[in-house]
Design a binder for this molecule. Sequence first.
Ligand code: PMP
Length: 395
Amino acid sequence: MTSRRPLVMIPGPVEVSPAVREAYAAPPPGHLAPELIEAFGASIEMLRRVWLAPASSQPFIVPGSGTTAMETAVQNTVEPGDTVIVVNTGYFSDRLAEMLRRAGAAVVELTAIPGEVPNPSRAQGAFEDVARTGRRVKALLATHVDTSTGAMCDPRPLAALARERGALSIFDGVCATAAERFEMDAWGADVYLTASQKAIGLPAGLALLVASDRALAARDARSVAPPLSLDWHAWRPIMQAYEARKPAYFATPPTNLVLALAAGLAEILRGGMEERFALHQRGARAMRAAWSALGLHHVPARPDHRSVTLSALRFPPRVDATLVSRIAERGVLVAGGLHPTIRSEYFRVGHMGYALTRPDFLMRTVEAVAGGLASFGHAADAEGAVSAMLRALQS
Ligand code: PMP
């Protein structure tokens, strides 16, 4: 049974480390058990370090997925009638914009063709356009890595712009956090959110975010409270209690996931965040070297728009979407296209977290992709691709 389990190389959920698996498999502790309180408190402290966030920021660890984290950020900071700007890079930015509209916001969307990223100067123009109408922008939102195309949007200039204009900056880091560089404090970002099942390296089930004091103040200033289960006023005292190593209850946390979170964050921080970012840079370089040897082209045309966490690759001529199942037949799970306008034209391979410490996983992935391509008659030099990958991994 286990020998037939495919290697999971989709852009989340991901393969998890033995330490994370062991913590997750422990007999479930109660939410007030001493070991749970310690794991929770330590995780809150470690979240600030992984996010490179200031001491004044508040981490939140709540049950849910990335969508819950997005909804939490939106519902606590944005009120009906607010104007917001969304730098839209694909499927998950569309979701963010839809959430904002449902929260009653007027949404200014900056769009780009799939794989491209709107230039920050367009966001500046949008601020000016809104100012001319006598309104102010409450928040600027962007998806750090849009998993539907693999497009990476640099949060740094956007966070600076929002600061300068007195707006909050909110970033969806679901497919980026703990892999792509993000410096919450130095860049002045207000909310950075993710989920447990991507570069954090856990199974799915936790929504993770860190809010700046300005974001927390936006919640305090709301005239109407957000839905109770998402409300920072309900969750913050719980986070503060756990950080002080005291028991607390608002809604039951997935206790095994919290144990796994403490193990996963400790692994991420072992070498420090610079080493963590470098691991992903190197891993991405290695996978790109393999794709190039196989004659594959990326959905993001510009190299500086390609994320380190996944590759979105166009099908070469005469290859179609059955490539994904042909790769699965070779023991590796990759993902199909997701962006609605180009869905049938490409596939996606995740490369984040624990898998990057396992050259054997990366080799199996490259071999399976090469084998899948060869089954269409596409000239695919598997050996050449694997050695290009290994060379880049060691450089
Ligand atoms: N944002 C991004 C960038 C994502 O990749 C995903 C999930 N793939 C989400 C949001 C939604 O997260 P979830 O599926 O955990 O709700």
